[in-house]
Write a protein that binds this ligand. Structure first.
Ligand SMILES: Cc1cn([C@@H]2O[C@H](COP(=O)(O)OP(=O)(O)OP(=O)(O)O)[C@@H](O)[C@H]2O)c(=O)[nH]c1=O
Length: 633
């Protein structure tokens, strides 16, 4: 399989996709590329008229998106990525560049301008190679673009509006999605279909091939420039991972060649046997003497098959506080760690190696130490520690998910089977006495809130509001973030008495902390505090329709016109297959469900909230804001 060598070259690298587009994520994941998603904060506001041709605009935007992520990750002292990929898709018709519509009218304008005509779709892509020298980020950018021509049929007004009301156009360049309903508008496509969807995969692979396998003089006649180089093309190249996989090192290899030293000699290194993905697929002779290429290595499936082992290694290392021991550059040998966690030396060594293989620990001849991201997120007392949520995942979610088969068969949550007599809700059940379990749950929620609060608090301009009530706001992380960003806000956290009784140990300390009010009560039964902005963060997805009706009717009734309701939830795409985190969370079979953007919009509208805006933050939680109708509506 010809693709394997190029994608395989990235297997040992930290690859980051600087894009919130679920389509780009899917296209790259489908070919087995392993990457993290860090959506770019770069605003697409470059002056279009300053570019001679539209694709230069798309390339520059893609580049800025990727560079912003590379810089941010580097500055945040997270591990500097090896490669950041950015992309930008635009539609051009005549001299006009169309991006994502800002509202339905805009979508209407765009789609009418495309009706009955041929237009071009350009995607600019930037591949940024990063390295860190003396703590400074160094980048090397490779960019390219791809053009595809698309012709739309004549679209009637009725069809146009029906399509716009489907909600599909809003997050897509040109206001359509060729991969879904929008496909029905299309008469023909000339060029790469995936380029229209958002990522020119074929051209990307060619670029990688150019970068990682620059043609050799003596093999140059074998290279077909309009296709991805096949294995045959590389017959004289070693596929050694460590040296030849780095395009920068290829440059030095080229230099060697220029100095008269044969390139093949310079890059012949042993194949790295540690990688599960073959870096080169070799043809084998079958029984009839015919050369056959094995099927593409199912790296995604293998990763999923082994995923539970990786999760459990993280859980156990967290539970045994391994990352606490190795914090702040502390380097320990397995025997020292084993003594401190009171475990066997051989078991500890295997656990430490597993963590090193997962990129959580560094291993040197001196011993093991935390990576930067383990220091930030896995040490239990760090501000942004996920330790609480990891322990919750190990102690609770893991057990629930071992009953998944029954849960799917019965369509019910398996709390009773997993935990005996407890009911689903730790805080609603008075027979559930364990203060410790409640604290554990609050710690888990606290750690997720720490990770998400900033993006939720800044998703919209909230300066028009004076008072906020965060219903079910738990330890008040979002509340504190809100007052920090908007010092004039009065913020109240409203939660169950058992929660409020335990919030004190989670409060930030320091002289300049603006206070937040905590009020005990049950939002289903008690009067709600007055506010002009109500917040429900991670509440609705857990409630059934009846409870949602009670809660939203109550909030709607107390809201004056102009007041608003802010939801923080994971917003599913319209196909309800992304992001996987939300889709997998649904499998716990709580009585509630995850919703798409249009479903949240409909839900808010049903309870009298209009002008609903949705912000996909790229973080774990997205934000949805709706305003209570004024009487004129
Ligand atoms: C024409 C067309 C476009 N798209 C989507 O339109 C967005 C373009 O916007 P962008 O600014 O390039 O990307 P983004 O979505 O804002 O993400 P980001 O990379 O974070 O800027 C991307 O999503 C694409 O898939 C489709 O899904 N189908 C289509 O037929």
């Amino acid at each position: 399989m010809a693709l394997n060598p190029v994608i395989g070259k990235l297997v040992s690298k930290r690859v980051v996709l600087a894009s919130a587009s679920p389509r780009r994520q899917e296209i790259l994941a489908n070919v087995g590329l392993r990457f993290e998603v860090v959506p770019s904060w770069f605003k697409e506001t470059l002056e279009k008229s300053s570019f001679a041709v539209p694709y230069e605009y798309a390339i520059e935007t893609a580049k800025q998106k990727a560079l912003e992520v590379a810089n941010r990750m580097h500055l945040k002292h997270l591990r500097t990525p090896d490669i950041v990929i950015g992309a930008d898709t635009i539609v051009t018709v005549g001299k006009q560049i169309l991006e994502k519509p800002v509202d339905k009218q805009d979508a209407y304008k765009m789609l009418s301008s495309l009706s009955g005509k041929e237009h071009s779709v350009f995607t600019g892509v930037a591949i940024v190679h990063c390295s860190s020298k003396d703590n400074r980020l160094e980048t090397e950018v490779t960019d390219f673009y791809e053009e595809t021509k698309v012709k739309f049929a004549e679209l009637s007004e009725e069809l146009l509006w029906e399509y716009i009301h489907s909600g599909e156009p809003m997050d897509k360049a040109g206001g359509y999605g060729i991969q879904a309903l929008g496909g029905m508008l299309v008469e023909y496509v000339h060029g790469d279909f995936l380029n229209v969807v958002g990522f020119p995969l074929n051209h990307f692979c060619k670029k990688l091939a150019e970068l990682y396998y620059p043609p050799l003089k003596h093999t140059i006649q074998h290279v077909k420039h309009d296709s991805i180089p096949s294995v045959e093309t590389f017959e004289n190249l070693s596929d050694g991972e460590s040296d030849s996989s780095n395009p920068m090192q290829h440059k030095s290899a080229n230099k060697l060649e220029r100095n008269g030293v044969p390139l093949s000699g310079a890059i012949h290194t042993p194949v790295n046997s540690g990688s599960i993905q073959p870096v080169c697929t070799v043809a084998v002779e079958n029984q009839s003497g015919v050369m056959e290429y094995p099927a593409k290595f199912p790296s995604k499936i293998v990763e999923l098959m082994d995923g539970f082992r990786a999760s459990k290694a993280l859980f156990v290392a967290s539970k045994l506080k391994v990352f606490d021991l190795l914090k702040d550059k502390c380097i320990l040998k397995p025997v020292d760690v084993a003594n401190k966690i009171e475990a066997s030396v051989c078991g500890t060594e295997r656990l430490l190696d597993a963590c090193a293989s997962l990129g959580l620990l560094e291993k040197t001849h001196q011993g093991y130490s935390n990576t930067d991201s383990a220091n930030t997120y896995l040490v239990s007392d760090r501000e942004y520690s996920l330790h609480g949520y990891i322990i919750h995942s190990n102690d609770r979610l893991w057990h629930l998910f071992t009953h998944l088969e029954v849960a799917v068969k019965e369509g019910t949550m398996q709390t009773h089977q997993a935990f005996g007599k407890e009911t689903e809700d730790l805080f609603q059940d008075s027979s559930y006495h364990s203060v410790e379990a409640k604290q554990r749950f609050m710690t888990a929620m606290h750690s997720i809130a720490k990770l998400t609060a900033r993006d939720v608090a800044t998703a919209f301009d909230l300066s028009q509001f004076r008072s906020v009530c965060d219903l079910g706001g738990c330890t008040g992380v979002l509340a504190h973030e809100l007052v920090q960003k908007n010092p004039n806000l009065n913020v109240t956290v409203f939660d169950l008495p058992d929660v409020i009784a335990n919030v004190s140990c989670f409060q930030p300390s320091g002289q300049h902390i603006t206070p937040v009010t905590f009020t005990a009560g049950d939002f289903f039964k008690d009067n709600l505090p007055e506010a002009d902005l109500y917040i429900l963060s991670l509440i609705l997805h857990d409630l059934n329709d009846e409870k949602i009706h009670i809660l939203l009717s109550k909030i709607s009734a107390i809201c004056k016109p102009g007041s608003a309701l802010l939801l923080a939830e994971i917003v599913l795409d319209e196909e309800k297959t992304h992001p996987p985190r939300a889709v997998l969370q649904s499998l716990s079979m709580t009585e509630g469900k995850q919703r798409s953007g249009s479903e949240y919009k409909q839900l808010l509208e049903k309870y009298g909230f209009t002008n609903v805006q949705i912000k996909i933050t790229g973080n774990v939680l997205d934000a949805i804001l709706g305003f209570k109708k004024t009487s004129a509506h």
